[in-house]
Unconditional design. Structure first.
Length: 289
């Protein structure tokens, strides 16, 4: 299985290193780490970032709040669709999309791939479709991003074990090398997505954590900006904290076999992007960096 690491959305919040821990200027540089997998079952995306309609600003698909706070840079060439095309494929080659969760910065590209079957945890789908989401729920879930999707596959938690975690294996139409690992807390049905490549396992932990320092087994820490964002976006804080602890333990005990990364860490993306055997467009630095 060939694995590509793509950043499908850039955020440049005011605060520089107080958000991403490494920027020199006023603005941080936070990408959206997605995977593109070449499999015998066709192309598989893990998360989609922002989509073409988000970039084109049609239908007010995004809320006003988070795009403004996070200073989202909507760039067409960073959409998963344009990056898939840049690699020589077409939208119809993407047959499956596996989602960590349905937040606006992960689900924006769903409708750009009309042939894709969408895999997501049932609890996440239910939460996103709920009519009583509350203020934060209405900001984070944007149904216009997926109201054209017809081929959903939803899954209940539980089942086979994967390094001590519950896992959903046997995703409909996908090989057992791609599985979901429920990691609730950030959202009600949040999950990591594990992929077995030639060099071992990758675990895309989505937004189960936001900053690489949170996976430091000796002294876990987070930047102030991301810590505040994480707290506001917690759906179940004890579960989120417990799952972060489990992920640290996973890294401590199996770090040689599993590479864990999250959706929005600049350094993790840079490290993995360099090991992928492709040259997708780099996430552009934010102005003033
Ligand atoms: Zn996110």
């Amino acid at each position: 299985m060939r694995i590509h690491h793509l950043s499908c959305g850039t955020h440049c919040p005011l605060g520089g290193p107080f958000f991403d821990g490494s920027s020199k200027g006023l603005f941080a540089n936070i990408g959206t780490h997605c995977l593109l997998l070449e499999t015998d079952q066709g192309l598989v995306l893990v998360d989609t970032g922002y989509g073409l309609e988000d970039v084109q600003g049609r239908h007010a698909r995004l809320s006003r709040l988070w795009p403004a706070v996070l200073n989202v840079q909507l760039r067409e060439h960073e959409t998963a669709l344009r990056q898939v095309e840049a690699l020589g494929f077409s939208a119809r080659d993407v047959r499956h999309i596996v989602l960590t969760h349905l937040n606006f910065d992960h689900a924006g590209g769903l409708e750009d791939f009309p042939e894709a079957r969408i895999h997501v945890m049932e609890a996440e789908h239910d939460a996103a479709e709920s009519k009583r989401r509350g203020f934060i729920g209405n900001q984070r879930y944007r149904p216009l991003q997926w109201d054209g999707v017809r081929d959903w596959r939803t899954y209940a938690a539980g089942g086979e074990r994967w390094f001590g975690f519950e896992a959903v294996r046997g995703l409909d139409g996908l090989p057992p090398e791609i599985l979901m690992v429920p990691l609730r807390g950030h959202t009600a049905g949040h999950a990591g997505v594990a992929v077995r490549g030639e060099d071992g396992w990758l675990l895309n932990a989505g937004d189960a954590y936001l900053y690489h320092g949170q996976m430091n087994p000796a002294r876990h820490h987070c930047t102030i900006g991301l810590s505040i964002y994480q707290g506001i976006m917690d759906t179940d804080r004890p579960a989120r904290r417990a799952n972060q602890e489990r992920l640290r333990e996973l890294k401590r005990n199996h770090g040689a076999e599993i590479t864990i990364f999250c959706s929005h860490d600049t350094l993790e993306f840079a490290a993995l992007q360099d090991t992928s055997r492709t040259t997708p467009p780099r996430a552009l630095a934010c102005a003033g960096r």
